[in-house]
Design a binder for this molecule. Sequence first.
Ligand SMILES: [Zn+2]
Ligand SMILES: [Zn+2]
Length: 409
Amino acid sequence: MDVLPCGHPAHASRYRGCAHLVAEQPPGHYGRFTGVGFTYDVLCKSCAGQDDPRVTVLCVGCAERVDDQSDMLGWIGQPEVRHHDADPRGTWTTRECAVEPVNERCVAAVPGGWLVLTAAGLVEVGSSRPAVPVPLPVEPPDALPDAPRPALHTSPDGRHAAVVTDFGRHGVVVDLVTGEPVLSLDRGDYRYRHTSFPVAFVGEVLVTATDWNRLDAFDPATGRLLTDRVTAWSGDGPKPDHYLDYFHGALLPSPSGRWLLDDGWEWAPCGVSVVHDVAAWLGGDAHATEHGRTLAVRDAWDLPMAWLDDRTAALQPIGGLDRPAVPGVEVHDVAGGRQVTAFAGPAGRMWGHAGLLYVATAAGLEIWDPAAGARTGVVEGFTPHAHNPRTGRFAELAAGRLRTWTPSP
Ligand SMILES: [Zn+2]
Ligand SMILES: [Zn+2]
């Protein structure tokens, strides 16, 4: 094995750095973007002030010491944002549609098309059925920046809808065939103002928070609890093994339902993206959701997230707790528990489909290819509110018009 410039006979790391960071206790450092993708050199404060500081390849040990023991002081320059735009290929439909969603989170896919929560209740676009009333408890208003707002979730078979209050406490599950409410949702009275309501249909099973630090699964057809266990702790005596000190947040199941992303937080406060093993949980590992795997720790939460395939999650932005966040996407292998790559650029609500990321911006729907770390097209003037993961179709319901766009395979 060659001796590297840092003086160590070891493998080269992904970093180049200045000589001053080669130390048992390296000083704080800056990351200076190289202009190629999200790669950067690491520099001590003095070298960071120079135009052309000398950098050499660091060995893996030196790089690890910089990552683990040296404070990240900031970024210099900008990462490369790759735009390889071509004309996006897809199919359009447009129709007049007077159905008005309560907000942009109140449109969801059902097998026949789109379900919308309107002021009058749930309406399926194109159906002549009267609106299904939703007995959602009214939440008291408050002064936090994220005001309580209704949100709509649908089961893949279209049988059930969950209407919840994001940044609120309550929700209700409605049987769309009978029009009857079948389950009341309540996540308890502790600090519920800080996250979107934790709820998701995983297949036909409903997963929801029933306390600030507890998820449960229900069969919505019968209301049966599938995850009975003890999680409460009085605070006296030793902490139980399965006690969870974590506030659940927005939930997003992987395409097969094997995994569940959880965009919650914990004290300092900081955002903690966790992945739960749903197969283990529903298969008998009763405390699996008390022992989720942490993917990323940030200074914020309620951030865009998506699945690229059944084991690969995309999280926005890049970094954010030990280093300033950069607009972009981190790609995580949830089964392996490691970050695979990161690329700068995407910022906005996003969906994954067929290995690509679709990001809604004011200008249009951006398409990003994570393998190339590049934007490959923009559907201009189209800002969808919902996506059907089975057909790939996106829907925008605005100005009395329903427009859909389905990417070509
Ligand atoms: Zn230096
Ligand atoms: Zn070294």
